[in-house]
Design a protein. Sequence first.
Length: 277
Amino acid sequence: MTEVIDTTADTALKRKHAAMWASGHYEAVATDLIAELGPVLVDATGIAEGDLVLDIAAGSGNVAIPAALAGARVIASDLTPELLEEGARQAAATGAVLEWQVADAEHLPYDDGEFDVAVSSVGIMFAPHHQAAADELVRVVAPRGRIGIVSWTPTGFIGQMFAAMKPYVAPPPPGVSPPPLWGDEDHVRMLLGDRVTDVQCQRRTVRITHFAEPADFREYFKTNYGPTIAAYQQQPDAERAAALDADLDALATRFDVGDAGHLVLEWEYLLLTCRRA
């Protein structure tokens, strides 16, 4: 079912989203913490030499760069130019050759059925209108073409981080859906509908050992991760910011599976692969 979206409001919202992801250093998060997710998608979708691949909401190229190194022709698209610029620098350092294009996941500037493979690693899930993004994802893939998506689950660590921050941020505009819903298998199957086949879903985790204690995690995200930066910017005073500090520390403590003295977190994600029917 096609979503009816207010064009003027949507343009303003997308500008806000792009600015949010440009704040901080998302490329550090992608490199320091979740670098393994890119190769996971390359392997799961069988990307190889000769494939034409679109990485949607590519950020700094977490999937796009390893896909290019596998021999594919790759376009990395994202709403935020600053992330693409950082990705281009990283690609040059690795010898990967690919294209970087500014594009909205809900309004992709590509032809129907243009790509052999479309992928997104914790990217498309942040497009505000889920059905519109899913429609575009399917549209640009050729019949029998492959689709691969990695999304944080609602009950996993990042999903619960967004739940912890929710009381501290302004409510989203009408029609905007929570990003972690893309990590709910039923929700994504509903979005894709009968336009895809051979759907496979797996819940996996990425193990995070980067932080010694909860406060290290909290300060890292306050510095580097756009949504967390935005949450703190909305706090009216130091007392409210301290309350958010405490809630994020409590979250990290609750998910800690490490030995005493060093924080170890298991971040759950949904890996979904399918083919366009």
